[in-house]
Design a protein around this ligand. Structure first.
Ligand code: NDP
Ligand code: 2IT
Length: 447
């Protein structure tokens, strides 16, 4: 499958070393396949062992998290932090709390984060962490005690110029608040050690909205440049109903699209009149409920249990839930229904065979490390505001976000162009992200 012996050899070595890390291998394979034109143009790279170094995290931290539930029982979870690469800035990336979390998932997320953060043009290396703790069904007090226990170990590994965590699945404003409070108490320092903080204690305006809004700004720019088109009048399918999905649905609607689906891990809602995003915010963010409750107040909508949104015909598909949630059969259905663009709000939501089918069918495919980079980009802007002890307005931050998303599209297309790939958003993103990291690593000597 590889065209260069070097990429093939490194992929074989990684596969043999950790054959059980399926998600990590999936992410490594994708990046190595994409950057082969760079390897061909720069045969000397092999002598620098750059690929061997890029696929190996700087540091992998794994720890026990013991906490007490409301019934007084002691519970034990696993905590992790993968500090992947700091060549272009402090390790930066979210924390995921979900029962499915394991080393492979966090390692793939950390690996992706390195290139995503590089694409933002800001000074951020890549990392990821989390726990197999599941916030569903836990009381606020339990979540607080868990977060305090988690940070009681994590604090010694992080710092505002060392490693700056943030949210991801299962980690939102509530969790970041508890984590930040514990870090501040232990260290007796008020610093920007986490992003996604509350607006009253160092948070940035527009960080909550940033990933979903950024996804739509990216999509809008791609439609404008490559199709002379816009969101206006488009039917949009969104999966998920968390932080990314909600603000993607909100911005897509503001830009003239009609979002007809949203989902959670139990099923999806179809609302032909367009999803009422305020109602979803109430259900998911305030009540911490399930999407099925939507139909109680929206009688024209239907709830479909146990199925994915991709069976609903749409022009634009925005997978915003989790990895590998859009597979080959979903892609074939979307193609048949006439989808023109798929943009990843989640990390690696589209399986490799689905990506291949979409691209072969001429669907514009926007890879997550580019299209969902708005969240971490505004995290970078939050770090900048914290360093200055200042808070910018929503409009200032949103404007910077829009310009970063546009420059990601431009840099991606120009990287693809330089290697004769045409307007290839997929390989262009991997190449542009990779090149900046390689340049920084090369300049800093062997590590
Ligand atoms: P949230 O926890 O806010 O929401 C996650 C959503 O996805 C929920 O609707 C959840 O449903 C659903 N979901 C989670 N796991 C599964 C699963 N295994 N199968 C089906 N549905 C699932 O997370 P975010 O919105 O923050 O993150 C969503 C995606 O976006 C992730 O891939 C994340 O890595 C990525 N991302 C997040 C960024 C951010 O800033 N937050 C930035 C860039 C990417 P349920 O409640 O039923 O579990
Ligand atoms: O996947 C991601 O980019 C995130 N979860 C956001 C990371 C961050 O540091 O804001």
């Amino acid at each position: 499958m590889f065209q260069t012996d070097y990429a093939q050899r490194v992929f074989t070595e990684v596969s043999e070393r950790t054959p059980w890390e399926a998600e990590f291998l999936q992410a490594v394979r994708e990046v190595l396949l994409s950057i082969e034109p760079v390897l061909k143009a720069n045969p000397g790279l092999e002598d620098t062992a750059i690929l061997e170094r890029v696929v190996e995290p700087d540091r992998q931290i794994k720890f026990r998290v013991a906490w007490t539930d409301d019934a007084g029982r002691i519970r034990v979870n696993r905590g992790y932090r993968f500090e992947f690469n700091a060549a272009i800035g402090p390790y930066k990336g979210g924390l995921r709390f979900h029962s499915s979390v394991n080393a492979s998932i966090l390692k793939f997320l950390g690996f992706e984060q390195v290139f995503k953060n590089s694409l933002t043009g800001l000074w951020m290396g890549g990392g990821k962490g989390g726990s197999d703790f599941d916030t569903h069904g836990k009381s606020d007090a339990e979540v607080m005690r868990f977060c305090q226990a988690f940070m009681t170990e994590l604090y010694r590994h992080i710092g505002p110029d060392t490693d700056v965590p943030a949210g991801d699945i299962g980690v939102g404003g509530r969790e970041v608040g508890y984590l930040f409070g514990q870090y501040r108490r232990i260290t007796n320092e008020f610093t920007g050690v986490l992003t996604g903080k509350g607006l009253d204690f160092g948070g940035s305006l527009a960080r909550t909205e940033a990933t979903g809004y950024g996804l739509c700004y990216y999509t809008q720019e791609v439609l404008r440049l490559l199709k002379k088109d816009s969101f206006d009048g488009k039917i949009v399918a969104v999966s998920g109903s968390g932080n990314v999905a909600i603000f993607a649905a909100e911005k897509a609607t503001q830009l003239g699209g009609r979002v007809v689906t949203m989902s959670d891990s139990s099923g999806y809602v179809y609302d032909p009149e367009g999803i009422d995003v305020e109602a979803v915010k109430q259900i998911k963010l305030v009540d911490r409920g399930r999407m099925s409750a939507y139909v109680n107040t929206h009688p024209k909508a239907t709830y479909v249990e146990g199925r994915r949104v991709w069976e609903v015909p749409c022009d634009i598909a925005l997978p915003c839930a989790t990895q590998n949630e859009l597979d080959l059969s979903d892609a074939q259905g979307l193609i048949q229904a006439g989808v023109t663009l798929v943009a990843e709000g989640a990390n690696m939501p589209t399986t490799p065979d689905a990506i291949e089918a979409l691209r072969a069918a001429g669907v514009l495919f926007c890879p997550g490390k580019a299209s969902n980079a708005g969240g971490v980009a505004v995290s970078g802007l939050e770090m900048a505001q914290d360093s200055q002890r200042l808070q910018w307005t929503f409009e200032q931050t949103d404007e910077k976000l829009q310009s970063i998303m546009k420059s990601i599209v431009a840099n991606t297309l120009s990287a693809a162009e330089r290697y004769g790939l045409g307007p290839d958003l997929f390989n262009g993103a991997n190449i542009a992200g990779f090149e900046r990291v390689v340049n920084a690593m090369t300049a800093q000597g062997v590590f």
